[in-house]
Ligand binder design. Structure first.
Ligand SMILES: *Cc1c(COP(=O)(O)O)cnc(C)c1O
Length: 491
């Protein structure tokens, strides 16, 4: 079943003329040669048709507002409406990005306090807010690492070490910054292979990119030793802080020895995301990278009533890697993060860490009881964990993709599949701290049902989903032969 296209549902002469702007006398002078010969083939539909069409389309989506969405690494948690409402105040929305600092003191004060709170949460010494995505923040971070080595005339350092468990953006960032990504493995328990690390560091090491908890959903126990090895070799440590849920109020990357990091404010700090944006990938730096921060950064001068805020610019930070966005970054996302952090406070932030890990470990234990296999059974989960369906695939011919698709039939968004690449037939599951025990239990029931279906009717799983508006799609064809052109139905 397919929704009819709105382009095919018009009737000549129908419309919503009441909505048209009054055009009399305002038609711009367009040269005849540039004017179209025929009117555009727009559907002629009533206002009610349009409302129904787009409302129906929006209801075909899975979203955090309608379904549990345990997408590992991507953190689809609930974002309080209050954050949205405050960020949408007309005074914020109407602020011009080029307004003088004297006219933007309220906004600048929020941004300054956001920088301070992010420093407190991460243990970093400086924060710049302007990168517009996690990957953009990574780019800023590795550019700062390069600038640091260059400033010391240490020009040979162009290698970034990346553990195999890393998010794909890490090696991509290293490459985009003109570095060479050197991959190292992890041991059987999921910790970085220290012997491989020792063998890889050297005079060409610019730094290492990793995250802790790692994308394997476990806490890197050797982190102090990793930091020592890399620092002794002259490299810096980059923390991929896309997702801070597990560590909020518990441990800080700065205290673990990291020199630079990015945070996905759109994963941890209350901006809805998915489908490519909008986001904010604020970066935090330790003392060594302070001079290289991207611009602009908000500074406060004076205290209390006399405090004034202003943007730091090139003259203030001459060694900066420069500007990464046209204006001040994604102001709306930054404001949501600010309100979120002010609402939670120190105690609430720490509770995020408590419940993110509690939910994750509860769900892992229940799924193991139901017969699923943890990829790292000897380790405690962080905010997320990995199941491996390797034996299910071997014995029943049912893959992680089949299970993911069948979950849609039971009303759950699928977890992340086939990432990290290290674990065969894996599901990376992140329940997040905002889900209730009842929701997690219902998810376990669905997963248990799917496991029994794998034995009794594997074909049902292989051809799932069955209850969605579209059946299983041919991903490869959709990517290679994408065709979005509209061809009117004749007659
Ligand atoms: C999401 C994510 C990124 C990339 O963030 P974007 O905002 O999508 O660019 C990087 N690393 C990890 C671990 C992530 O989960």
């Amino acid at each position: 079943m397919c929704e009819p296209l709105i382009c095919d549902s018009g009737r000549a002469g129908r419309g919503a003329r009441g909505q048209w702007p009054a055009a009399e006398g305002k038609v711009p002078e367009i040269p005849a040669s540039l004017r179209r010969a025929r009117p555009p083939a727009l559907p002629e539909v009533s206002e009610l048709d349009v409302v129904r069409h787009y409302t129906r389309l929006s209801q075909l989506n899975f979203s955090i507002d309608t379904h549990f969405y345990p997408l590992g690494s991507c953190t689809m948690k609930y974002n309080p409406r209050a954050c949205n409402a405050a960020a949408m105040l007309p005074e914020f929305l109407g602020r011009h990005p080029l307004a003088r600092s004297a006219h933007s003191q309220g906004f600048l004060a929020c941004m300054y306090e956001l920088q301070e709170m992010l420093m407190e949460v991460t243990g970093m010494k400086g924060v710049a807010l302007t990168p517009m995505a996690g990957a953009h923040g990574e780019f800023a971070g590795v550019a700062m690492i390069r600038a640091y080595h260059r400033a010391r005339a240490d020009l040979a350092r162009n290698e970034i070490i990346v553990p195999t468990a890393a998010h794909g953006t890490n090696p991509a960032t290293a490459t985009m910054c003109g570095c060479v990504a050197r991959e190292i493995g992890v041991g059987p328990d999921g910790d970085v292979d220290l012997a491989a690390l020792r063998a890889t560091v050297g005079p060409r090491t610019a730094g290492i990119m990793l995250t802790n908890p790692s994308t394997l959903g476990i806490f890197e126990r050797g982190i102090a030793e990793v930091a020592r090895i890399v620092h002794e070799a002259g490299g810096l440590l980059y923390y991929d802080g896309a997702n801070l849920n597990a560590i909020l109020g518990k441990v800080r990357p700065g205290d673990m020895g990291f020199d630079v990091m990015h945070m996905n404010l759109h994963k941890t700090f209350s901006t809805p995301h998915g489908g490519g944006g909008p986001g904010a990938g604020a970066v935090g730096v330790g003392p060594r990278l302070l001079p290289f921060m991207p611009l602009p950064v908000v500074a406060r001068e004076g205290e209390g009533e006399a405090a004034r805020y202003r943007w730091l610019v090139e003259a203030d930070l001459p060694q900066s890697i420069g500007r990464l966005t046209g204006f001040n970054g994604n102001a709306g996302v930054l404001l949501r993060a600010y309100v979120y952090m002010r609402m939670l406070g120190r105690e609430g932030m720490s509770r995020v860490g408590d419940y993110a890990t509690l939910n994750s470990n509860y769900l892992l234990a229940r799924l193991q009881q139901a017969g699923y296999v943890a990829a790292y059974p000897q380790r405690r989960a962080s905010h997320e964990f990995i199941l491996t369906l390797k034996s299910l695939a071997q014995q029943q011919g049912v893959t992680a993709m089949d299970v993911a698709k069948r979950l849609l039939d039971y009303g759950f968004h699928a977890p992340t599949t086939y990432f990290p690449l290290l674990v065969p037939e894996c599901l990376l599951i992140e329940p997040t701290e905002t889900e209730s025990k009842e929701t997690l239990d219902a998810f376990v029931v669905a997963m248990a049902t799917i496991l029994s279906e794998a034995g009794s009717e594997p074909e049902t799983l292989r051809t799932a989903p069955h209850r969605m508006p579209v059946r299983r799609l041919d991903d490869v064809r959709a990517a290679r032969e994408l065709d979005l052109a509209h061809r009117p139905v004749s007659g």
